[in-house]
Design a protein around this ligand. Structure first.
Ligand code: DGY
Length: 327
């Protein structure tokens, strides 16, 4: 591990995840910091070894912190920061039981993720993979009226599963495409947040009103496998399914079958179950527009995520409630 000691005193931070240099610098400038310099995800033994003597552990969605590892964290650790909005990799109850605070990165990545959700819808609907391949392979023989007919995004019905901050940022963009917004959420939003979107109290109802179904809810015991064959069957003909949240919310076998038969016209997927070992059909089906989990991947957003965690650490050790505390 590389020690990056600066002159500041304060909580000792261990960066278990391999953050971009510019983000490591954000931590280094504020706290005595040790960073993972292996250029890969640490094993749990390496993580436990590295975090010895530190007050704060920073990790991300690819680092599993299960009950067994939480039990072995040194007593010095008072805060676990996840450099992500997703929290499915953390044994939250075990952390709470040990009195360890948990900070995450809500808000700061919503707009970037919503940009990618629009990209997924547009890319899937307008057959971007096939179109781009035609240009890159040199096989393009010029414009023809028959070539690569897709479906329109503008003016269609968008169903958003999960109307949290990312869902609402998607809705804001989609309104600019004259889309009609529908949503399903654990509970109905207040009118000012709903902003004219139509609430459906079941996912089946939402599906029946979704030319585009966009998954934007967290992955947890209640949402895993939620978009299954039964829900897919409720979608209108030629619907498009997009996922900006977590792969395991969609039943892959059901979606692949629907893509193969054309029941679902196309899918735009930024996230996959079992990343990076994804369902093989997603690599070969022409109607899948797949991206490698790039929702929050802009330099500005990644820096903002780091800054938010640093502010939370400062607040916590300064005796204040961090705005990004999630447990
Ligand atoms: C997040 O912030 O949860 C991203 O998906 C990275 O895991």
């Amino acid at each position: 591990m590389s020690e990056m000691q600066n002159n500041s005193s304060g909580p000792r931070v261990f960066l278990a995840c391999d953050l971009p240099d510019i983000v490591q610098r954000v931590f280094f400038d504020r706290f005595p910091t040790t960073a993972n310099d292996k250029g890969r995800t640490l094993t749990s033994d390496e993580l436990l070894q590295g975090v010895q003597g530190h007050d704060v552990l920073v990790l991300t969605a690819t680092d599993r912190l299960d009950e067994r590892i939480v039990a072995q964290l040194p007593d010095s650790v008072r805060v676990v920061c996840t450099y992500s909005i997703g929290m499915e990799h953390l044994a939250i109850e075990a952390l709470k039981a040990r009195g360890i605070a948990v900070l995450a990165t809500p808000d700061v990545l919503s707009e970037s993720c919503a940009d990618v959700a629009m990209l997924l819808m547009l890319g899937a609907a307008r057959r971007v993979i096939e179109s781009s391949a035609l240009v890159r392979t040199g096989e393009w023989r010029g414009w023809t009226p028959r070539q690569l007919l897709g479906v329109d995004v503008w003016g269609r019905r968008l169903g958003i599963l999960g109307m949290g901050r990312i869902g609402r940022a998607i809705a804001k963009r989609a309104r600019g495409f004259d889309m009609e917004i529908h949503y399903h959420n654990r509970s109905r939003l207040a009118p000012e947040l709903e902003a004219g979107a139509t609430y459906h109290d079941s996912l089946a109802q939402l599906a029946a009103h979704s030319d585009f179904l966009c998954v934007a809810c967290p992955s947890n015991a209640g949402t895993r496998g939620l978009v299954n064959a039964e829900i897919i069957a409720r979608l209108p003909a030629n619907a498009i399914v997009c996922n900006i949240a977590r792969g395991d919310i969609i039943d892959d076998a059901a979606l692949v079958a629907a893509l193969e038969t054309g029941k679902v016209a196309a899918a735009g997927l930024d996230v996959f179950a079992g990343e990076p070992d994804i369902h093989p059909a997603y690599r070969t089906l022409p109607n899948v527009f797949g991206l490698p989990h790039i929702g929050s991947a802009t330099e500005a957003t990644r820096v903002a995520m780091g800054r938010l965690l640093c502010e939370g650490i400062d607040a916590f050790f300064g005796g204040k409630e961090p705005v990004n505390r999630v447990a």
